[in-house]
Ligand binder design. Structure first.
Ligand SMILES: C[S@@+](CC[C@H](N)C(=O)[O-])C[C@H]1O[C@@H](n2cnc3c(N)ncnc32)[C@H](O)[C@@H]1O
Length: 272
């Protein structure tokens, strides 16, 4: 349960704010709508506490004088430059084969957006109610963009803990080509210093960090690997470059980049 958050909205978007209010409440997030005259930079500077806001571009999180959202539209430039050859994630997840893929740690959905762009059919699973609602908002915005529309048609959002979701899939004897895992990792920024991050990327990481548990309470996702291996032909884990293996499980293959690496676990699916 997330404690009560203020949801700021200008007069023209009150109806939209009511819709988000209902959705967030149904997911256990207590929200108080506050009508404001102008949602501008000055307003956000004067209201630095964690809050939500709604405008023409949907739902945003605001904190520390900034407003932030997964913003899939801002990814278009990167997507246009990406190819199966240039992207390490494409080799790790075998995207050339247009796999059915479960991204069990959705976050801002950026990895999945790239994977869907390169051909995968992606089910994105996220358990955090606010992040999930922000993802839904980003997807809805992307559906109005001619470049993103066919890409997001290959993305399906599921609000669930992935352990529960994977268990349900295993019980139904479902098999997928790839399960992709990118769990949080303590001090991951320090491990990624090799790559100079753009301001936009830094801002989006802050969004994750204000919402998610801090290092000591962080769920490192070790338990997801065993479940994923029961139902996927290939499990791919994104790790900071020098991080230990997930769940101490030695990988079958690795792809190394400047900022991160991908650990792959191949296996034949269960056939009981
Ligand atoms: C490092 S972020 C993933 C970033 C993502 N790859 C991207 O491109 O934006 C990890 C996310 O996984 C989510 N997560 C971690 N464990 C989960 C679980 N068991 N079920 C669902 N979501 C989980 C966290 O809430 C967080 O949003």
């Amino acid at each position: 349960m997330v404690s009560e958050l203020r949801l700021f909205v200008e007069h023209d978007f009150q109806e939209k704010a009511q819709q988000y209010f209902a959705v967030l409440s149904s997911r256990g997030v207590a929200v108080k709508i506050e009508l404001v005259e102008k949602l501008n930079a000055r307003f956000f500077r004067l209201n630095p506490d964690l809050a939500l806001c709604v405008d023409i571009e949907g739902l945003w999180l605001s904190a520390n004088g900034m407003k932030m959202q997964p913003d899939w539209k801002a990814e278009v430039g990167r997507l246009k430059r990406a190819s199966l050859k240039s992207e390490m994630i494409a080799r790790a997840c075998n995207l050339g084969e247009k796999p059915k893929l479960i991204d069990a740690t959705a976050g801002l959905g950026h990895d999945s957006l790239l994977m869907a762009h390169l051909g995968a059919e992606v089910t994105l699973v996220e358990r955090h109610p606010i992040l999930f609602t922000l993802l839904e908002s980003s997807k809805a915005q992307a559906e109005n963009d001619p470049f993103l529309k066919p890409i997001v048609a290959r993305i399906h959002l599921v609000f669930s803990d992935s352990a529960d979701y994977l268990k349900r899939q295993i019980a139904q004897k479902k098999i997928v080509d790839v399960v992709y895992l990118d769990p949080m990792f303590p001090q991951r920024d320090q491990n990624q210093n090799a790559v100079k991050k753009q301001a936009q990327v830094k801002k989006q990481m802050q969004l994750l960090h204000v919402l998610l548990p801090k290092d000591g309470d962080m769920d490192l996702g070790d338990h997801l690997l065993e479940l994923a291996r029961k139902m996927a032909k290939r499990v791919v884990v994104k790790r900071p470059r020098l991080a230990v293996f997930l769940a101490d499980q030695k990988t079958n293959h690795q792809w190394h980049g400047d900022a991160c690496r991908f650990d792959a676990y191949f296996q034949h699916p269960i056939s009981e």
